[in-house]
Design a protein around this ligand. Structure first.
Ligand code: SF4
Length: 381
C-alpha cells in the first residue's frame, strides 16, 4: 500500500489522535467547495466525509433514492464511523449532498451544523458580495462555536498554509505532464484525499519531504495516458484499475482532484473577499457552471496540456449534475477528436464489467493503431 493510501485508510485514527493532541474540534464537510481556511483559522480540523464500501443496511430508511456516494456516506455517518466529528457543514450544491447533511444532523443533535450558501451563478456581478456576506456569517458562527476570534492574522496564516498545500499538489501534478511520469494517477489521487482529511500543515510537511524523493524516482514505462472526467470520487480504485491495464490517469477534472487545488487565494486587505473570489473562481462542477459553461473549455485545455490519448467520463449512477452536463463535454471532445469512453458507476464499481470495457477502450488507444478522425464515436454508449 502506498503511504498516501495508508494515510487515507487511517484517517479516523488520525483525526482522533489529532483531537487528543490538540484538544481542538473536528468539522466534517461534504463538498470541496467548503472554505476550509476560515475553519482552520479557528483551530478546527476540517475533514472531508468519504464514502466507503461497507454493507449498507441504514441509508434506505432515510434516503429514498440518490447517487451511491450519498447513500454510502449516510451509511458511514449513521454507523458512527465519524463519531469524532463535532460538527458538519454543507455548502450549497447538489441536493443529494444536502440530503446526506440533513439526515446526519437530524441523527446527531449534539453536532454543530451550518449550511453555507455559495451562489450557483458564480459569474453574476453580485456573487462575490453575496458569498462574502455568507462567509461573514459563517465566520461568526464558527467563532461562537469555538469561542475563538478569527483574526486577520489567523486568516492570513490559514490562507498561507492552504495556498502552500495547493502549490505542492500542483507541483506534483505537473510531473504527470512528462511522457514517462514518475507518479501514477492512483498515487496522485490518494495525495489529494490525504490533503482532504489531514491537518494541512502536517500533510504539507509530508509532501515537502516526498517531492524530492519523487523527482528522483525512475519514471514508469510508457503507459496509455488518460484523463478522468466526471462525478466526484471517494477512492482511487478506478485509477488502480486503469493502471492494472497498462494505463495511467495523467490528469483529472474532478471536484476532489485538480479542481480542489487548481487556484489559490490571492491575498487582499479584505480577507473574506479574497476567499470569496477564490471559491467563485475555481474550476467548477456542473451545478456552478450553469451560465458561461467554462467547464468544457477547461477540460479541453487540460487534455491538451497533459497530452492525453483518451478520456474516461465516469458518472456516478443517479448523478443528475453530471448527467445534464455531459452533452456539453461530449460535444467539445467530439469536435476536437479526443477519443472518450463514457460509463456510469457506483461506489462499489462493478469491477469485471468496468475492466472489460476499459480494456477494450484502451486497446484501441494503443500506439500503432491508425487513428481516423471520428473513429472514436463507435466507442460511445
Ligand atoms: S455524485 Fe453527483 S448526485 Fe451524487 S452527491 Fe456528488 S454531485 Fe450529487
Amino acid at each position: 500500500m502506498d503511504k498516501f493510501k495508508e494515510l487515507v485508510e487511517n484517517r479516523h485514527e488520525y483525526a482522533r489522535a489529532w483531537k487528543r493532541r490538540t484538544g481542538g474540534k473536528v468539522l466534517g464537510y461534504f463538498e470541496t467547495y467548503m472554505p476550509e481556511e476560515i475553519v482552520y483559522a479557528a483551530g478546527v480540523l476540517p475533514v472531508r466525509i468519504l464514502a466507503r464500501h461497507e454493507p449498507d443496511n441504514l441509508s434506505d430508511k432515510w434516503i429514498y433514492a440518490s447517487c451511491y456516494p450519498v447513500k454510502d456516506m449516510v451509511n458511514q455517518l449513521l454507523k458512527g464511523r465519524y463519531d469524532y466529528v463535532d460538527g458538519l457543514v454543507n455548502v450549497e450544491g447538489c441536493q443529494w449532498m444536502f440530503n446526506a447533511f440533513e439526515v446526519a444532523v437530524n441523527n446527531r443533535k449534539d453536532l454543530f451544523s451550518h449550511y453555507l450558501f455559495l451562489p450557483d451563478y458564480t459569474d453574476a456581478a453580485s456573487s462575490k458580495d453575496v458569498l462574502r456576506s455568507e462567509l461573514d456569517v459563517y465566520k461568526k458562527k464558527i467563532e461562537e462555536w469555538t469561542g475563538k476570534t478569527v483574526t486577520d492574522e489567523a486568516l492570513d496564516h490559514a490562507i498561507g498554509v492552504y495556498n502552500t498545500n495547493r502549490r505542492l499538489l500542483r507541483r506534483i501534478c505537473e510531473l504527470r505532464r512528462a511522457d514517462r511520469s514518475v507518479i501514477l494517477g492512483s498515487e496522485m489521487m490518494n495525495i489529494a484525499f490525504a490533503s482532504q482529511v489531514m491537518d494541512k500543515a502536517e500533510i504539507n510537511a509530508v509532501l515537502e519531504k516526498f517531492i524530492p524523493e519523487l523527482e528522483d524516482r525512475e519514471p514508469y514505462k510508457d503507459r496509455i495516458r488518460l484523463m478522468l472526467i466526471g462525478s466526484e470520487t471517494h477512492d482511487a480504485r478506478l485509477e488502480e484499475l486503469v493502471e492494472s491495464l497498462g494505463g495511467s490517469v495523467v490528469i483529472d477534472e474532478l471536484d476532489n482532484g485538480t479542481s480542489y487545488y487548481w487556484n489559490d487565494v490571492n491575498l487582499q486587505k479584505d480577507r473574506l473577499m479574497a476567499l470569496s473570489l477564490r471559491y467563485l473562481g475555481r474550476p467548477h462542477n456542473p451545478v456552478k457552471d450553469n451560465n458561461w459553461r467554462r467547464r468544457p473549455q477547461h477540460i479541453f485545455e487540460l487534455s491538451e496540456d497533459y497530452h492525453i490519448d483518451g478520456a474516461i467520463i465516469a458518472k456516478q449512477i443517479y448523478c443528475h449534475l453530471h448527467g445534464t452536463d455531459n452533452y456539453a463535454v461530449w460535444k467539445i471532445l467530439r469536435e476536437r477528436n479526443i477519443p472518450f469512453h463514457f460509463f456510469e458507476r457506483d461506489t462499489t464499481l462493478p469491477l469485471e464489467e468496468t475492466e472489460l470495457r476499459l480494456e477494450a477502450f484502451m486497446n484501441m488507444l494503443r500506439p500503432g493503431l491508425v487513428r481516423l478522425a471520428g473513429w472514436h464515436k463507435a466507442l460511445e454508449i
